[in-house]
Structures are given as C-alpha cells and as structure tokens.
Design a protein around this ligand. Structure first.
Ligand code: ADP
Ligand code: MG
Length: 276
C-alpha cells in the first residue's frame, strides 16, 4: 500500500492537472469565441450605423432635391407664363389687327391669318396648361380639396376612367408643403393609372383620422408586382415614396391581379399643421 501511494497521488495530481489544462483550454477557447463574436457584433453595429447614416443622408438629399425641383418648376412656370404667354398674346393681337386691315379681296391671306390665329390660341392654352402642371398655382387659389376634385374630373374627361373623390378635410387648411406633396403624388398616381393600369375605375380619398392624414389612390386595373414597386427603375414610385418620407410619413403600394392597385400615404398630423 505504501508503495502504491505515490503512484496514486501522482495519478490524482496528473488527473487534476489534466482537468485544469482542459478547463483552461476550454475557457480560453470560449473566451476566444466570445471575443470574436463580440468583435463581430461591434463591427456589425458599426456597419449598421454607417448604413443608417448613409440612408439619412440620401433621404435628406432627396428631400432637398424635391424642394429645389419644386422651386425651379415655379421659376420656369413664371417665365413660361410671363415671357411666352405675353409674346403669344401679342402675336395673337397682331394677327387680329392685320386681319382687320385686309380687304375682302384678300381672301387667301385672310384664311391664312385665321389658321395662324387658331394655332396661336392653342399655343396659349398649351403654355397655360404646362405652367399649371409645373406650378400648382391652383393650389393657392382653390386649396387642395377643390384642386383634387378638379384633377379627378379632368382625369375622367381625358381617360374615360371613372374617378371618385372623397374627403373629410374640406374645411381643413393644410400646410403648403404637405398640400404640394399630396397634389404631386395624386398627379403621379393618376398618370400611372392612365398609362399602366387598364382600369375602368379609380378612387381618391383624403381622410383626416385621429393621428394621421391618409391619402389613398386606388384603381381596379391589372395590379402591380412587388418587383416593380421596389425596382430602382420605378422612378415615379420612388419619387412618391421620397415625398412621403420627407414629411415623416409612410408609403405603401399594393397590387393584386384581381383587385387592382392601392396606394396609401400616411402623414402624421403633427407634420401636417392643420388649421381650421
Ligand atoms: N396603377 C398601376 N397599375 C398597374 N401598374 C402600375 C401602376 N402604377 C405603376 N405601375 C407599374 O409600375 C411601373 C413603375 O411606375 P413608375 O415608377 O411611375 O414609372 P413609369 O410610370 O415612368 O413607368 C410602371 O411602369 C408600371 O409597370
Ligand atoms: Mg409613372
């Protein structure tokens, strides 16, 4: 027994040492793994933060571009109206003047002038339409609700697609930036319906709810795929989304082959600055 004791002891010691080594190895490895994971998490967090800040920058840039574009449109509209509009009116008056000076014997000339006069009148109307499209001056004159009503009527007239409109905001005075954004979104949505939807009906609703102003534009056409909704090539849709996000709102577009397309824009009332 006495002889076995040292061997037994050394076995015990060695087992203990081995356990310690295994423990050390395990814990070190675990430490290493945990350490690596920690580093990865930190890196991931950094990447996420960078991505978020790039997104914020892009969003701010888009908002800035939209407002620059709106201002430039206003300048071009004014130039068009003042320069071209006035020059064309001058031309029209000149043609009338010449026409009055002609004798009945100068019939061919008279006819030519009548035709030029008609072209000038139609050009004056086109310039007015383009200026109106560029700068929604009607928004200031009529307010958003009446403007949307008249857009719906005009859309119906142009396309033959029946277009309903409903709102509970007739007495609400909206912030102009919000009104312009909603007007532009409706314009783009109606253009899309006319161009792509093959619909027979469209509907616009602008409703003030408890905490948000909600715009919906829907049609009963062929619907839209997810791919198109999120495609980088869908610049019209991207523009509508950016206008909404610039106002702190949310933008959703849903399409189903059987039930058409529905666009929803929600803008928090806190951003809408509603006055009664
Ligand atoms: N109301 C709709 N119904 C069916 N398809 C639509 C509708 N709106 C948009 N789309 C589809 O989404 C695409 C992208 O729209 P948009 O970004 O406005 O670009 P664009 O009108 O210049 O093609 C359209 O080309 C069309 O295929
Ligand atoms: Mg479009």
């Amino acid at each position: 027994m006495k002889k076995r004791k040292p061997a037994y002891r050394s076995l015990k010691t060695r087992t203990k040492e081995t356990r310690e080594i295994i423990h050390a190895l395990r814990t070190q490895q675990v430490d290493a793994i945990v350490g690596r994971r920690q580093v990865m998490l930190v890196r991931l967090k950094q990447v996420e933060e960078n991505l978020q800040s790039s997104r914020d920058q892009l969003r701010a840039l888009a908002a800035n571009l939209l407002s620059v574009r709106e201002n430039e449109r206003a300048v071009i509209a004014r130039e068009l109206h003042d320069e071209f509009g006035q020059a064309l009116t001058h031309l029209h008056l000149g043609l009338s003047w010449i026409s009055r000076k002609l004798t009945p014997a100068q019939q061919p000339l008279q006819e030519k002038i009548r035709s030029l006069s008609a072209t000038t009148t139609s050009l004056i109307q086109s310039v007015k339409n383009i200026a109106r499209e560029l700068r929604p001056g009607v928004l200031d004159e009529l307010g958003l609700v009446k403007t949307l009503k008249s857009e719906a009527r005009e859309f119906e007239g142009h396309t033959g697609i029946h277009c309903g409109f409903r709102t509970n905001t007739a007495k609400t005075n909206l912030d102009r930036t919000v009104a312009v954004a909603i007007f532009r979104i409706v314009q783009a949505a109606l253009t899309n319906i006319a161009r792509h939807a093959h619909a027979s009906r469209a509907f616009i609703a602008l409703m003030k709810r408890k905490s948000a102003l909600i715009l919906t534009v829907m049609d009963n056409g062929k619907g839209i795929s997810r791919k198109l909704i999120y495609s980088h090539d869908s610049l019209g849709i991207t523009g509508m989304r950016e206008r909404t996000l610039a106002l702190g709102g949310t933008f959703t577009l849903k399409g189903a082959r059987t039930s058409g397309t529905m666009l929803t824009v929600r803008i928090p009332l806190s951003r809408v600055a509603v006055h009664f």
